[in-house]
Design a protein around this ligand. Structure first.
Ligand SMILES: [Zn+2]
Length: 273
């Protein structure tokens, strides 16, 4: 009995030691040759870094400086972008999406940055002979991408993964119009602060897309830290609809959770009809 108790203390002590090591900033000694002084450069671990869509310190302009792992936020192939339609190139080598979606239960999570629907079961989309598994979908108000400089009130991102270096995100815009069925069902249940709502209903995922699946394609990044440049972006040309009341209610929950548009640099935007 006593031995088990001592073992318990030992395990707790080791656990505290390990976690305190992980939290400790990594220090690199940099010698300034002119002054012959040792400067200490703190390299910050990203695990506990707080970032936001707002403010100077934690906001988008400063994401790249918050910690080492967010360095990509200052990269050359970032998202979102402004899509200038007259500069896009029609591309015959692109293909239509092949949805292997089933119906799915959803767990609706407010993680403090967005409202996210985690899906269950095996759902995937085949694009150009490659299979991308659906991980989740989430919302931004207003849109992150702009089309010819114009914002839409909401943009949804369906996040799919083929590998750590190869994601496909399908972005769909919303415009004001008739009531949106999914929002009618769940908007009252959306957690307004951090939290989640697990639904037992089955959702027909394919029904969340517009009937016209024409898209713009370009190569970019996650639009939130760590901003990894691993995303094949497919921004659909045809928007979905939601009512004025639904858009307003959604905007109140999400508080402008969009990243400003980033420079295109030397990337090309392709168009598929
Ligand atoms: Zn997103």
């Amino acid at each position: 009995m006593k031995k088990t108790f001592l073992n318990g203390i030992l395990i707790v002590a080791v656990a505290i030691l390990i976690s305190s090591c992980n939290n400790a900033p990594k220090k690199d000694q940099v010698i300034d040759s002119d002054k012959h002084e040792a400067k200490t450069e703190i390299k910050k671990d990203c695990d506990h870094i707080h970032w936001s869509h707002h403010g100077e310190e934690e906001g988008p302009e400063n994401w790249k400086n918050l910690c080492d792992g967010f360095i990509s936020c200052g990269g050359e192939a970032q998202s979102p972008i402004n899509i200038i339609t007259r500069n896009t190139t029609s591309e015959n080598n692109l293909t239509a999406f092949e949805f292997n979606y089933t119906s799915s239960k959803v767990d609706i999570i407010n993680n403090g940055h967005t409202v996210q629907f985690n899906t269950s079961g095996e759902n995937a989309v085949i694009i150009n002979d490659k299979e991308y598994k659906l991980l989740q979908f989430h919302y931004h108000t207003h849109s992150e991408h702009t089309i010819d400089g114009n914002y839409y009130p909401i943009e949804v991102h369906f996040v799919h993964k083929h590998s750590d270096e190869d994601y496909a995100v399908l972005g769909v815009m919303f415009e004001e119009g008739e009531e949106n069925e999914l929002f009618s069902k769940y908007l009252d249940h959306f957690p307004t602060t951090k939290g989640d709502f697990a639904s037992e209903d089955m959702i027909e995922l394919k029904g969340l897309f517009p009937s016209d699946l024409s898209y713009y394609y370009y190569s970019g990044s996650l639009t939130t830290p760590p901003c990894s440049e691993v995303v094949n972006w497919y921004v659909l040309k045809s928007p979905l609809k939601a009512s004025k009341e639904q858009i307003e209610k959604f905007a109140q929950i999400l508080h402008d959770n969009y990243r400003p548009v980033m420079p295109l640099n030397n990337r090309e935007v392709l168009s598929y009809n």
